[in-house]
Design a protein around this ligand. Structure first.
Ligand SMILES: Nc1ncnc2c1ncn2[C@@H]1O[C@H](COP(=O)(O)OP(=O)(O)O)[C@@H](O)[C@H]1O
Ligand SMILES: Cc1ncc(COP(=O)(O)OP(=O)(O)O)c(N)n1
Length: 263
């Protein structure tokens, strides 16, 4: 049994964060573990409160996981606190964690900040350099690279800038582009494009969380990054395409419908 750890925030409505990650990892027939960095009170209409986990308690959770069941891959999502990224990076380095996928979550689609300014500086300084892969969406890639992104060429430029700066592979996600949802990977000096038509579905809460945990699950199973991304993209595309419609706002994805196809 392959094991995957998610280090992220809890979404009580089950669409994003830890809950989306555990569903995704489980659907990939991997064993899911979690280190919770923050509690959020949120639903499909927005984020209504955030409670940060203390640095000591994040460290305590990481010790409990790594001294007992060593994860084959680690996904990092919402890292809210000023020093959380450093605490996490120190522990991951100490335990020699492998296959680290960092989704540099900054702002929810509903507009709430999910990381502090200092937290973001520490994510850049400590977490990205130890990651195998970072998975920014377009606004996050603009912040990390310092350039505007309107098309695939801009995504290529941004991914290379981020990769050169932080030393990790970069998947720039296209969910925020105007007419398509193509994703772009820069890995080992090469560009890979993952084309997809835009699915007409407003219910995309947790797509980024789902994609990054699906990539981590595929890395845990032994796939190389380009193939892991291809498999994960197929998973998230299917989960959006089911068009589950729950809640009063931007609803979550459907995971269990696709049980048969991702053994
Ligand atoms: N409407 C859509 N149709 C098809 N794919 C989508 C759609 N929205 C998002 N995606 C895909 O979901 C994944 C997450 O992308 P994105 O929404 O940009 O990330 P985030 O949730 O971090 O903002 C990407 O693979 C993206 O291409
Ligand atoms: C607890 C928590 N973590 C991450 C997010 C952001 O989720 P993501 O899939 O990146 O995007 P949106 O769902 O905000 O579009 C979150 N909302 N909560």
């Amino acid at each position: 049994m392959k094991t995957v750890l998610t280090i992220a925030g809890s979404d009580c409505s089950g669409g994003a964060g830890i809950q989306a990650d555990i569903k995704t990892i489980t659907m990939h027939y991997c064993y899911a573990m979690s280190v919770i960095t923050a509690l959020t009170a949120q639903n499909t209409t927005g984020v209504y409160g955030i409670e940060q986990t203390s640095d000591e308690f994040i460290a305590n959770q990481l010790d409990c996981v790594f001294t007992d069941i060593f994860p084959d891959a680690v996904k990092i999502g919402m890292v809210y606190g000023n020093n959380s990224a450093k605490v996490i990076a120190d522990k991951l380095s100490f335990y020699k964690a492998k296959n680290i996928v960092t989704d540099p979550v900054m702002v929810s689609t509903s507009g709430s900040r999910l990381i502090s300014e200092q937290g973001l500086e520490n994510l850049k300084k400590y977490l990205l350099p130890i990651s195998a892969l970072a998975t920014p969406n377009v606004p996050e890639a603009e912040i990390l690279s310092g350039i505007n992104i309107k098309n695939l060429q801009d995504m290529q430029n941004a991914a290379k800038i981020i990769s050169d700066k932080y030393g990790c592979a970069v998947l720039c996600k296209g969910g925020h582009l105007e007419d398509c949802s193509d994703d772009l990977l820069y890995f080992d000096g090469e560009f890979y494009t993952y084309p997809s038509v835009r699915i007409d579905n407003p219910n995309t809460h947790g797509t980024g969380c789902t994609l990054s945990s699906a990539i981590a699950s595929n890395l845990a199973k032994g796939f190389e990054i380009p193939q892991a991304v291809e498999n994960a993209k197929a998973y998230v595309t299917r989960a959006i395409g089911v068009k589950l419609d729950l809640g009063k706002g931007r609803g979550p994805l459907m995971h269990n419908y696709i049980l048969q196809n991702f053994k």
